[in-house]
Design a binder for this molecule. Sequence first.
Ligand SMILES: Nc1ncnc2c1ncn2[C@@H]1O[C@H](COP(=O)(O)OP(=O)(O)OP(=O)(O)O)[C@@H](O)[C@H]1O
Ligand SMILES: [Mg+2]
Length: 216
Amino acid sequence: MIMLLKAENIGMTYPKSDRVILKEQSLNIERNDLIVITGPSGRGKSTLLAIAGGILRPTSGHVYFEDKDLYSLSDKELSDIHRTKIGYVPQSNVMLKDYNILDNIVMPFVLGDKNTDVNALKQKALELMSKFKIEDLEKRYPFELSGGELKRVSLIRALLPEPDLIIADEPTTGIDPQTSDIILDQLKHYSSLLKAVLIATHDSKAEGYASFVIRL
Ligand SMILES: Nc1ncnc2c1ncn2[C@@H]1O[C@H](COP(=O)(O)OP(=O)(O)OP(=O)(O)O)[C@@H](O)[C@H]1O
Ligand SMILES: [Mg+2]
């Protein structure tokens, strides 16, 4: 099977710093994989996720997504990949505070493509909300949700365009065990649909869901 994503010999030192965060780090992701990156705080998990996701250019090494070198693509090509193929969920939840939850989920796609069938998209968002057990929150506003609820909203927004790869930074951190199970079950299920999921976490339970674990 062709590799979905291949990160080769990644090295990372942030500008204006002399500390080496990552050294010769490689990572291969195939379809159906759910890969967990763990390790102590400050070890470079989020850094590696951002590099793998085409968001942060590494100091050395290459990231190939379906054989395309992410950091030699044009801005347009890279933003197309971010819109359709790689869904990135940062550690903090980014919400539009004046829009309700359903609008927060569909808004990026409605803005990104004038021909979007908004009602179909909302229907699909509602189905995902029900799978993540937050179907009753569609009309609420972000400030009315708990951290665990907002995290699920962020994940649903990333899942909506059915990207090949979901990258989620700490998707269950600070979330109760039952809700963590819902989130991990959904991510595992998603990966099994010929997709792939890459997460960074301190949650040791997540390792039980992984096809393999990378310890930094
Ligand atoms: N923009 C930046 N400029 C300089 N140093 C940075 C920057 N972002 C992160 N770092 C440093 O790089 C190191 C790795 O950070 P990173 O966020 O990848 O760690 P992490 O493993 O995700 O940690 P945590 O478990 O706390 O989320 C840390 O020491 C951090 O201070
Ligand atoms: Mg982190």
